[in-house]
Design a binder for this molecule. Structure first.
Ligand SMILES: [Zn+2]
Length: 232
């Protein structure tokens, strides 16, 4: 069973805003996709309080939280959360800002495909994982290829929906690199669908987002899709 989710709102049909400027995905707040989500001085519960909350959940499912095997579990769970959700403290714009100014006349799109990621759904805090594919057509700013993988990881290490993850990646690349267009496709399996709920293992969810020349030109979308599929 595969689900195909249509691209999110892509603005006016002609791709231009009222003042004639190129339309960017403005429905996302730039603070969401350009800055660290949490400022260092943002007040949050202490580590001890977080560990206490884990103990409460363990007791809730029926565990004896004083048995030996569970003594270190609250600490381990909070440490795992620190790692899995470190994206709240990382800044997407900073990663993309280290660009090269030289495209040497290159005028086609750059595609990085099959970047694996693991994220967590904001509805159940259960993992979803899969692959992200990103293409962009540089105007003058080119970014190191590993930076796009870093960008995916920053957004993936926050609670997400797959649709939002897709849109945030496209918006960040669009805003910082100001390319002629961005294409993002994500395919993922959601454990909240495969190991609980309706229990459909192997069901994949696909989301895509196009801006600029990709949004305006179905032939470029098709070329992007076939390059993702190519050689498989
Ligand atoms: Zn879920």
């Amino acid at each position: 069973m595969d689900a195909l989710i249509k691209p999110l709102r892509t603005g006016k049909p002609d791709g231009k805003s009222a003042d004639g400027k190129e339309f960017r995905p403005a429905e996302l707040d730039p603070a969401e996709f350009l800055a660290a989500a949490v400022k260092p001085d943002h007040p949050r519960p202490s580590r001890g309080e977080a560990e206490q909350a884990v103990k409460t959940l363990l007791a809730y499912i029926g565990e004896d939280i004083s048995r030996e095997g569970l003594l270190d579990t609250p600490r381990r769970v909070v440490e795992a959360y620190d790692e899995l959700f470190q994206g709240y403290h990382q800044c997407p714009a900073e990663v993309l800002n280290r660009t090269f100014g030289e495209t040497a006349g290159y005028d086609d799109f750059v595609l990085i495909r099959d970047m694996s990621f693991t994220s967590h759904c904001e509805h159940h805090v259960m993992p979803f994982y899969g692959k992200a594919h990103i293409a962009y057509t540089p105007v003058e700013r080119v970014v190191g290829l590993s930076k796009l993988a870093r960008l995916v990881d920053i957004f993936a290490h926050r609670l997400q929906t797959q649709e939002h993850l897709t849109a945030q990646i496209a918006a960040a690349v669009d805003e910082v690199l100001k390319p002629r267009g961005v294409a993002v496709m994500i395919e993922a399996e959601h454990t909240c669908m495969s190991v609980r709920g309706i229990g459909k293992q192997g069901a994949m969810t696909f989301t895509s987002r196009f801006t600029g020349m990709f949004r305006d030109n179905p032939a470029e979308q098709a070329r992007f899709m076939s390059m993702i599929r190519g050689g498989r």
